[in-house]
Design a protein around this ligand. Sequence first.
Ligand code: ADP
Length: 554
Amino acid sequence: MILILEGIFVGINSKILSNLYKQRVKQILKEDTLLVKLIAERNPRVKYQELFSNNELRFTIVDLEGKIIFDSKKTEEEEKRMDNHLQRLEIQEAIKNSESFTVRSSDTLHKMMAYYAILVRDINGEEYVLRTSNDYSKEVLQIREFLLIQILFFIILNYVIHFFYKNYIKRDFYNKIEKMRCFLKSGEMEKVNYSKDEYWLFQFWDILKEWQEKNLNNISRLEKERRVLSEVLHSVDLFIGLLNVNGSFIVKNTSLKYIIDPYEDDYLGAVKHIEIIKHIKDGMSSKKDIREELYIQNLKKYFLLTMKYLEFSNRYIITIKDITSTREMVEVQRSFINNVSHELKTPLTNIKGYLIALEDCPDSMKTKFLKTIKSNVERLENIVLDFLNISKIENSNLVNISQIGVEKLKKELLDILDKKIEEKGAEVEFNFALTDNRDYLKIDFEKISMILKNLIENGIIYNMNKNPRVMVDVLEKGDRYLIQVKDNGMGIPIYEQDKIFERFYRIDQARTSNLGGTGLGLSIVKTLVDKCGGDLTIDSQEHIGTTFSFYILK
Ligand code: ADP
């Protein structure tokens, strides 16, 4: 670059110099020409031939046809032998423009010459060209010398700069860097030893500290943001991963470890299920957004996979969510609606059938039909009441604990179950073993009475004993109560004990169809016990009896 600039500089310089030379020579020749014109006009040829014989200046008179009339450096004989000069550039321009100046190589003298020519008209009105010329080769030589000097000057200058840079600036620069390094390595105390001449080091140190402080602030802010993001990323219960175009995870959380290995970066190694790999592969090749629900056979689970191509960063964001419970809930709701319709349909069909039959049946049958209609209406009522209870329980998570008198609870239950107890001639016993013989409980009255009502009722209904008995034991144990409901009824076969808590599940339709149950009671009990912080267990033997036990928190 420097060499190019220097070259341009030398070129411009030479051009200016050669122009200056030309101007100067032109001026001199012009003055000489005017002088020669005067002399030539006033003196005879012999006289000015004599005058110019020893003069370096050469002048020539050429007529308008290009014939040499006079040349101050030639004899008359020589003049006659000279070429026609009409084609000479300066002659042609002088004829055309009255004046001309050219520098060219002379055909006659074979060297660089400067020519100045003017169109002159003598006293007789005859026109001819008066041309003066001077040796220009000296000037050319001078210009060349000057050019050479300049080139030499720049070569030396370049060498000096290079030498200076190598031996001084560069060394000085490295020295300074070394000094900075030592200065930065030294402790605050040692820095005091640096002289004031090295004040720049302290200034540099201040700038560095300021810059470092800013950087540290930025770093700690970024670190905080990174931590928050990472916390968010790892706390969500869905898998989130950022995949680059080569199929490597740049970022991913550790959710759903059973389908994505958190320690593997390559997606082919990390993803453990071919169904997911297939979709990611498709998404990578098509770069189209993906939203797909997948069922993974060996896990028996449903997943929602989404994949989006981020054009700006040329990456893919992948999320995978386990939607099994949502899918199951939808399934449960669907089967619940089916069951509800089915449960309502049977008593309604019965009622309708018996109502039609009532119209023309003999009076003797009417009472029987009305009784059947009544029992079906009661069954409908039970179902509706249970539905209402279910929706009430599911919509409230609150546990409303208060002090409830033992007698109040007993009375409430006996009042509700009065009819059932009487029908079956059953006996219901309550035993309270409370700390300090207290006569109250700290319970959610509504929930506990609903639990006990269902369990006692089942103990009475599913009881073919001659003397049906149900015992309710309440035992206070620290911050909780252990509640047990025992009966001497028909018992529950061991293989049914898991299923009886499912909604609408009833053991052996034949065994229970006449007993008016809805199959919802125990599922309501289980949900309520869960809400009270307890766990319902069952201990039952066929033909001996059943005990339901659970703890609840006070
Ligand atoms: P239901 O409204 O039909 O009583 P539940 O959910 O309360 O529905 O009970 C489900 C099934 O469990 C009943 O159909 C019955 O066969 C059985 N069952 C419940 N409690 C008892 C019990 N104490 N003794 C014997 N079988 C019982």
